[in-house]
Design a protein around this ligand. Sequence first.
Ligand SMILES: Cc1ncc(COP(=O)(O)O)c(C=O)c1O
Length: 388
Amino acid sequence: MFDSAFFDAGLDREGSDCIKWDTCRREHGKDVLPMWVADMDFKSPPAVTEALRRRAEHATYGYTEVTAKDNEALAGFWERRHGMRPDAEWMVMIPCVVTGMKIAITAFTQPGDGVILQSPVYGPFGEAIDVTGRKRMDAPLVRDDKGHYQMDLAAVEEACKKGAKLMLLCSPHNPVGRCWTKEELEALLAVLERYHVFLVSDEIHADFVYAPHTFTPILSLTHKNVLSLCAASKTFNLAGLQQSSFLCPDEGAREKLRKTLDANGVISGNIFALAATRAAYNEGDAWLDGLLTYLVGNVRELERVVAENLPRAVLSPMEATYLGWLDLRAYGFTTQEMMVRCEKAGVAFTGGTFFSETLGDGFLRINIGCPRRYIAEGVKRLKEALEA
Ligand SMILES: Cc1ncc(COP(=O)(O)O)c(C=O)c1O
């Protein structure tokens, strides 16, 4: 059922107030092809829609408890998909992963403390550090000329020596597409442990990893000074429902998270979000398997059309995520200039400077969580933009 025809069909999202299409077309033109914000143009699993329908048909929506069923759904999914069963006790629900980052920073550090990040990285990492009044300590990733990125552990250690208190890790990594290996994560943990630096691992892209790569949950390696941020939102396209979770094995750390959530007025447990997330985790495997097969085809298609149309571009190897990281510096434009040209050519990407003002300039991120036919069209428009 979840074959390429299902995903090829996509769906018309216009008029649903979605940011990807509606906001984009309002701001950048009615024919713009949106290949930017990280959600997908596919129908979510039918089991999710059915669960929402059933909940709505109950026709009353009073205060609702988070129950063992919710925890069990998450635990069972992680056990099946990632070989690690999170304990129900570790789970602290939050609306969004980015909210979780801000709460963790607030709970475990003081204003003015240093927080490590690895640029180029999803923009809200840095914003979470700024908005909480902490100090960004960048340990930029190191890129080779094929677009493959690695961690700079010497730079991480340097930041630790200078007093960093916490690190935000993106695992797998948006936008550079790395799926960190067990060995890389162990080496990182060894450095952080020496300096007692707390690790917040954003694992929202954990389910989008392509063979032969495999995702290593940070909690399969240690339970000390660490938490994972996880969600069904990216995996099953449920971001508008706003439901995520901390997985935090340490009871003392969990207590700090709960207090900080409370002090900041953050509550979770939206009736529809809970129903949808449970259905996705319990009944979404076949859909997700079909999606992953389809996305592998999309990755190959992106590689093909980039090689054919943009011979001077470098696409970072896509080990994970449905987000391609394109180095277009050989074409001689800043990201800002490319964005203006792309708008004229009728296509929207996320500018590389969203991920780093300096290391992302001359880059674009392309979202291929869409019917395959959009990819050739998007890259054709990009070529026109660069050649105009
Ligand atoms: C790495 C990463 N973390 C977090 C988010 C956003 O998550 P949320 O909407 O739950 O805050 C995204 C969305 O693209 C992401 O790529």
